[in-house]
Design a protein around this ligand. Structure first.
Ligand code: 5GP
Ligand code: MN
Ligand code: MN
Length: 484
């Protein structure tokens, strides 16, 4: 860790503006002592590079699951003044609106375990996985443009969603102001046949159990629907905007590199932090294209949910309603959004970049479902396929970090290193011995996802709780998984 790193509180560390030339604000890292020691050196450099971006407010932040990423660290948070500040694709990520969705059932583990193999095999057969996989919803390119503009609303119109699904999705499953004319033909071509697909690697659909001894906040657990039966089974899945979002990010990074310095006189420390003034034509065009990718990702998760409901219905011979397959929530972790926050006593609109970081609005916040007004917003955090995951709630004490928390456990080693250390077929076998049935179409890909390739999820979420960013509601234990 850098010598200049100063401990501010039990789980808050700071690098001052003197650490690096051009920093406009200090950098803050949320971490326990163990997590800060484990962080790769690149994270400290990256979060301080972010602190040099025009218009940044208060601090450049890194969450406890932070690790090295493209430009920004994964786990990076930066809020810009929209008037004087920039928008940066590296602060959002290539997988725009990658996010997590949690779905209830009223089934107990005892009812699911005897049919687990059948269930997981069925899910694996019906939800396309892998890098270039195609979806079952066949769309013309113009219809896909409507998906990009309407998100989950398109799904509602076409029978893939209920009104309640939209209500339980961040922003109702649609960022307004998405104009598909801001998206390249190439992006449309990459995306239009990918609706309803999981993608590869870190993306997954997992069957999990809420064990009674793993409920940390009984009141919120009940409000979030986790106490219908002991050992209740829930489904957590994670995916984003696939090749579509990736192409949007690629297109605009290139455009921004061409205008940033020449047209706007912005000099940055790292090309990967390519950006444009938020109010420039280029910045606005990217913001709109980004929203298209956000909406495609919401629709993607919605169509996948439709498929999951079909499969459960077939396997358990009951309707999705009879199985109480309602959404707890859908929350994004790769976005930029205009939100109102208080800085130095003034409430103003800010452009909040969250890259591998989850919005975590507390009780009473505007923009969360009425049902969660008293509890705060549900926050869904994946751990790993082997160890477990968490449902948390946003807290009022998260204001400083613009109501943001972690999004996962975060990697401890690169995919390449993990592939050298672990073997997919052995992992699958060992996991089965421990009661987790995992399917994947690539053993190499599975090896990259070994539990030991990720940080300790219990430590990460505890850190967010001590820092006042989010509060643990329940730990979720995996029993089945399809991996992209
Ligand atoms: P991302 O890939 O979006 O940066 O991170 C997603 C997070 O999900 C990772 O940091 C990791 O903690 C978690 N994760 C990855 N694969 C799995 C999985 O198969 N199951 C669960 N429960 N979590 C996972
Ligand atoms: Mn993703
Ligand atoms: Mn993700």
């Amino acid at each position: 860790t850098p010598a200049a790193l100063k401990r501010i509180a039990e789980t808050i560390w700071e690098l001052p503006m003197s650490y690096k030339e051009g920093m406009l604000v200090p950098a803050r890292i949320f971490a326990s002592e163990k997590l800060v020691e484990e962080m790769d050196a690149g994270v400290f450099e990256q979060v301080c590079n972010v602190a040099t971006l025009p218009g940044i407010q208060r601090y450049a932040y890194c969450m406890p699951d932070g690790h090295w990423g493209y430009g920004f660290p994964i786990g990076g948070v930066a809020a810009m003044d929209p008037g004087s500040g920039v928008i940066s694709p590296g602060g959002i990520g290539f997988d725009i609106n990658c996010g997590m969705r949690l779905v209830l059932t009223n089934l107990s583990a005892a009812e699911v375990v005897p049919r687990l193999h059948h269930l997981v095999d069925r899910l694996f057969a019906r939800i396309p996985t892998g890098v270039g996989c195609h979806g079952f919803v066949k769309l013309k390119q113009d219809e896909f443009r409507q998906v990009a503009e309407q998100g989950s609303r398109w799904c509602l119109k076409h029978g893939y969603a209920t009104p309640e699904d939209l209500e339980m999705t961040e922003e109702g499953g649609c960022f307004s102001g998405a104009d598909a004319t801001d998206v390249s033909v190439k992006a449309i071509e990459r995306g239009f046949n990918q609706l309803g697909t999981l993608g590869s690697g870190n993306h997954y659909c997992e069957i999990q159990v809420v064990q009674p001894n793993n409920i940390m906040d009984p009141e919120r657990a009940e409000a979030f629907g986790l106490t219908m039966v002991p050992n209740q089974v829930v489904i957590m899945f994670h995916c984003g905007s696939r090749g579509f979002g990736h192409q949007v990010a690629t297109d605009y990074l290139k455009l921004f590199l061409g205008v940033m310095e020449r047209k706007y006189g912005i000099k940055i420390r790292d090309r990967e932090l390519a950006c444009a003034p938020f109010h420039s034509p280029e910045g606005q065009s990217y913001f709109s294209a980004m929203k298209c990718a956000v909406n495609m990702a919401f629709a993607n998760r919605q169509v996948i949910l439709h498929r999951i409901r079909e499969v459960f219905s077939e396997v358990f011979n009951k309707s999705p309603d009879e199985l109480a397959m309602r959404m707890v929530y859908d929350v994004a972790h790769n976005t930029a959004k205009l939100e109102r926050h208080t800085v130095n006593g003034h409430t103003k609109e800010l452009l909040v970049h969250r890259k591998g970081a989850t919005r975590a609005f507390g009780p009473g916040a505007k923009g969360i479902p009425e049902r969660y007004a008293k509890t705060g917003q549900p926050v869904i955090i994946g751990g790993s396929m082997e160890t477990g995951s968490y449902l948390l709630a946003g807290m009022s004490s998260g204001a400083d970090a613009f109501f943001t928390t972690a999004h996962g456990s975060g990697r401890t080693m690169s995919r390449h290193e993990a592939r050298k250390l672990f073997r997919g077929d052995k992992l699958q076998h060992d996991m089965e011995q421990r009661g987790i049935y995992v399917r994947s179409d690539s053993f190499g890909g599975l090896a990259e996802e070994a539990g030991a390739a990720y940080k300790d999820i219990d430590e990460v979420v505890l850190t967010t709780e001590i820092a006042g960013l989010s509060k643990r509601v329940a730990r979720l234990v995996p029993i089945g998984n399809i991996k992209g």
